[in-house]
Write a protein that binds this ligand. Structure first.
Ligand code: ADE
Length: 232
């Protein structure tokens, strides 16, 4: 079984719509959809925005359904200069940009316990996501760092800091936290995000305009990934 987590309804609705033999179950206040997508057994959940919501969801999903892998999908703000609205980013590393114990001499983003800043998604999942993207994604697909924090980024110092400190290609509010939970549980994970805005001073206007189409793109890509994964 593959676990699929999106933060908002629009980020998972495309997956739930093409799920078959669907059953639902509520765990820790989160509704889980269990069934098959493109013949592949899946569990899908909407976690809500932010790192704590995402962590609760990922932990509950892993303990309850023991997925072979967890994929976080949805939308993100583009941070890299080349990353435009409509493009997508596959994370080759995730980082929590708001984890900050630099005052104690640690590196920005340092995760106590795992004792690292960057967490690595699974290379097999990433290759399969890239192959699916090459065949069906309608715009550019970048591979790079995705930075996660409990903040909608809309330009200014926050955007500058994320770009400078982590060389991030995209920013969002869940991927790093889901990666953290997966790493603690030794579950392979991946993060695939379609770009809804450029995390700049237009982001508050761009996000409502483009998030729906970006969400649809990310869920369509995941459906192709699942079809290929099942047949591999
Ligand atoms: N998700 C989509 N756009 C975002 C942004 N600008 N900041 C954080 N999360 C996002």
């Amino acid at each position: 079984m593959i676990g699929l987590i999106g933060a908002m309804e629009m980020e998972i609705s495309g997956l739930v719509a093409c799920m078959e033999q669907t059953q639902t179950e509520s765990v820790s206040g989160i509704l889980f959809y269990i069934g098959t997508i493109e013949g592949m057994p899946c569990v899908v959940a909407k976690c809500g925005a932010g790192k704590v919501n995402a962590a609760i969801c990922a932990e509950a999903m892993i303990l309850k359904y023991a997925p072979e892998a967890v994929i976080n999908l949805g939308v993100a703000g583009g941070v890299g200069a080349e990353v435009k609205i409509g493009d997508a980013v596959i994370a080759d590393a995730v980082v929590q940009h708001d984890l900050d114990t630099t005052a104690l001499g640690e590196e920005r983003g340092f995760i106590s316990g795992l004792d690292t800043v960057y967490l690595k998604p699974d290379s097999l999942l990433n290759r399969a996501l890239q192959e699916a993207a090459e065949t069906v994604y309608p715009a550019r697909v970048h591979v790079g760092v995705i930075a996660t924090g409990d903040q909608f980024i809309a330009g200014g110092d926050a955007l500058h800091a994320i770009a400078q400190a982590f060389h991030a290609q995209a920013c969002e509010m869940e991927g790093g936290s889901i990666g953290h939970v997966c790493a603690m549980n030794q579950v392979p994970f991946a993060v695939f995000r379609a770009i809804s805005d450029q995390a700049d001073h237009h982001a508050d206007l761009d996000f409502p305009q483009f998030a729906r189409e970006a969400s649809a793109r990310s869920s369509r890509l995941i459906c192709t990934f699942l079809k290929n994964w099942k047949n591999a």
